[in-house]
Design a protein. Sequence first.
Length: 353
Amino acid sequence: MTMGSRRRKPERYGRHYRAHQRRRRRRTIAICAAVGVVVIGISGIFLARAYQRQSRLQVTAGNSVDMKSGYRNITYQGKEYQYNSLITTVLYAGIDSKGKMESSGQYSNKARADSVSLVILDKKSRKMSILALNRDTMTEVRRYTLSGSDLGMYTTHLGYAYSYGDGGEASCENLVEAVENLLGIPIDEYAVTNQTSMPYINSLAGGITLTVPNDDLAEKYPQLQKGATVTLDDSNVTDFLQYRDTAKDFSNEGRIERQQTYINAYVPRIKTRLSEDMNGVWEELQEMEDYLQTSITRNKYLEMANLLESVSFTDADYYRPEGEDQAGELHDEFYVDEDALRELVISLFYEEI
């Protein structure tokens, strides 16, 4: 299996531009960051909303990573492995925009993916896993001109893959391609939501009660100090999942920790809700159809919904690649440990033969 070469830091911009960006970073802002488990919560909407293709789409399935069959059988450290064909993968991303999600005829300068997770549904083991990818991961991403012409791959933050597209299907598929290249395995489906969707998603489970895992929000939100037990609702769920202090290096790490806590509390509640009232979930989710982009068809939704009721998920099934945070001139940067990532991919997607 080829995991790609060691990633290089991207070329820097001009001095004046960097100074401007540093000033912007000093301001504390709220940034959208949803969580991978949201895929479960929004599954019902796939039945309510047939996916509409973008009329100006220039990135098609043909532009996706051509995995061929090379990933199916691999050799690692003298052992033979075979890809588990009973796995379904769904890429979830939360982007930093509000309002209706629409594509445009002009590429680039679109919203950034601030949360990127891969939901892994294993029909053989009846298990669900979540692989949370740091949006600051430095990896190969395809860029386009404003008119959509392919400029090739270059190394930058994973989260920018969505922003280089058209704000619609092209953006989604560009993000899929970047993650496929990073992991070396195919991705079956994707679901992307934005900031406006978050209260809808949380309400599906009737609000989530959890213990706050860190003090990242304590200064701004005293009720969200470490160790406090809180119930998240429309008044605080967005801040809990989105907010970070961009003046502090690596503040995304604390945000990911809060998201993981939310996931662990959310999964059992939404699974129960789906099993008891699938039609009710469907009806509620119709209200957020303008804030969702997905490749999942009705038939695929029905298959996944049935599987979701039977799979297990524990705290140990949430994974984050190992790596190193570095302070970049413009933004934080995360460099994955290539060897550790390869071993993680094998453990999640392969079986020894």
